[in-house]
Design a binder for this molecule. Structure first.
Ligand code: C2E
Ligand code: MG
Ligand code: MG
Length: 447
């Protein structure tokens, strides 16, 4: 029996109200009380023309806790999960335990799917921290299904069912994932959606969309550049973030065509912005190591730049630090591009192998400190030490340093104190569609 049916059954056999208001294990609303809250929230949202998001969370390896340490330990993990959910979500968000290791949350006023997804990711991050069980450390990931009012259901039962389906789909696709319900999910569950086929076709139907996130230079007060980030508008599944399709594209080799499209789109956009009078030094694009596989890659990049009358140093190519370890040819091509004047940046620095000799072998221009360190500056001395060390490294080697994922003003203060002045992140701007980015850049130039 699915959770939705389960809830339906619960609701129709409601015990007296007070005994169902809270769940003993977590102190959260009991299920019936949660459903009631959801029903009220739907009514208010409909009246105010507002949106709601319903989340269903499941721990990916909870069964293991019960099997290894017994149910009492399982309950203590659930209590800790409850605490973390409470801390991560706003006080006004309603929470319940649907049963077993599944929790649901209701957050009013979420502006759109991307907003809901970022709430979900915060929760996933919070649940990724190890749990202490009987003195041992236990780590797990979680998955989330999301349904939005009004698009995925007009009443409380449909919304929960939709979020539950989305959760099952997330688990089916390999866990540690966020899924937003879509009306085609029923089909997807039967394997009717073939992402590889769809991407092959979709790239030719202009389903790829580019977003641009500004990088601020707080010393000069100007915008240094913008980072190009790809999205895929899937006809049934809606707007997909890169982590939903880049791994598949890398596996299947489709990433090369994708990289070409992104590079072409970003260069065309920069040229257009400059024609519109924007004084923007450059754009960066993210490429996978596999993009460097083709023997004519250097020509492709330089031709694209020439076609748009852009100087090579208007383009920065971001690669993650581990991309080149296994492939000397790719590293040679990267060096060749550098020799042509194209800029290179190491993305997500510090998260993988971080071989420092690599910085010596590859003539990179920029290091991007990963969000996972930036997130904790000001809170964790170890993250702060790592950031300080990377800043010292960059400055010693004459490299630019960009901190990614800056969300709070305290992080800005702390980063500045440590000596970092280039930053990007939601605090300044989310990745924006080209028109919005143009307005943002134009306004920043006037300020
Ligand atoms: P990345 O290059 O490290 O990009 C930064 C990611 O962090 C982006 O996610 C961005 O939306 C997100 N972000 C930026 N500021 C903040 C913030 O303040 N808080 C939080 N929580 N997140 C922030 P996105 O767009 O989902 O991209 C994810 C990754 O997908 C990128 O990580 C990049 O590695 C890859 N990617 C994006 N576009 C492309 C592409 O065209 N080709 C390839 N091969 N990979 C791409
Ligand atoms: Mg990047
Ligand atoms: Mg990054």
């Amino acid at each position: 029996m699915g959770i939705a049916d389960d809830i339906q059954a619960t609701v129709s056999s409601l015990p007296p109200r007070d005994s169902v208001r809270t769940d003993a294990a977590t102190g959260f609303l009991g299920r019936p009380a949660f459903i009631e809250r959801l029903r009220d929230a739907v009514v208010s949202a409909r009246r105010a023309n507002d949106r709601l998001a319903v989340f269903v969370f499941g721990l990916d390896r909870f069964r293991l806790v019960n099997e290894r340490w017994g149910h009492l330990a399982g309950d203590s993990v659930l209590r800790e999960v409850a605490l973390r959910l409470r801390r991560t979500l706003r006080g006004t968000d309603a929470l319940t335990r649907l049963g077993g290791d599944q929790f649901a949350a209701l957050t009013p006023g979420v502006p759109n799917a991307e907003g809901a997804e970022s709430v979900a990711r915060k929760v996933l991050d919070a649940l990724r921290e190890p749990f202490s069980v009987n003195g041992e450390s236990f780590s797990t990931t979680a998955s989330v299904g999301i349904a939005l009012f009004p698009e995925h259901g007009m009443d409380e039962h449909r919304l929960i069912r939709a979020a539950d389906w989305a959760l099952n789909d997330a688990k089916r696709r390999g866990r540690d994932a966020v899924r937003i319900y879509s009306n085609a999910l029923g089909d997807a569950r039967d394997g009717a959606i073939d992402l590889e086929h769809d991407l092959r076709v979709g790239m030719n139907r202009s389903e790829l969309e580019l977003r641009y996130q500004p990088v601020h230079d707080l010393d000069s007060g100007r915008i240094d550049s913008v980072e190009t980030l790809v999205r895929w508008r899937h006809p049934q599944l809606g707007l997909l973030p890169p982590d939903r399709f880049i791994p598949m594209a890398e596996e299947t080799g489709l990433v090369r065509t994708l990289g070409e499209r992104v590079l072409e789109g970003a260069c065309a956009q920069l040229a257009r912005w400059r024609r519109q009078g924007l004084d923007l030094a450059g754009v960066s694009v993210n490429l996978s190591a596999r993009d460097f596989d083709r023997s004519d890659f250097v020509d492709f990049v330089t031709d694209t730049l020439a076609r748009h009358a852009l100087s090579p140093d208007s383009l920065e190519i971001e690669v993650t630090e581990h991309s080149f370890f296994d492939d000397p040819e790719a590293a040679a091509r990267a060096a060749e591009l550098r020799a042509c004047g194209v800029r290179l940046s190491i993305d997500d620095f510090g998260t993988k192998y971080s071989s420092l000799s690599y910085l010596q072998r590859l003539p990179v221009n920029t290091i991007k400190v990963d969000r996972s360190f930036v997130r904790d500056v000001g809170y964790s001395t170890s993250s702060e030490s790592i950031v300080a060390a990377v800043i010292a490294l960059a400055s010693g080697m004459g490299l630019r340093l960009i901190a990614e994922g800056v969300e709070e003003i305290d992080q800005v203060r702390c980063l500045r104190r440590l000596g970092c002045h280039m930053m990007q992140g939601f605090l300044f701007s989310r990745p924006l569609p080209a028109d919005d980015a143009f307005r943002y850049l134009a306004r920043a130039a006037r300020a």
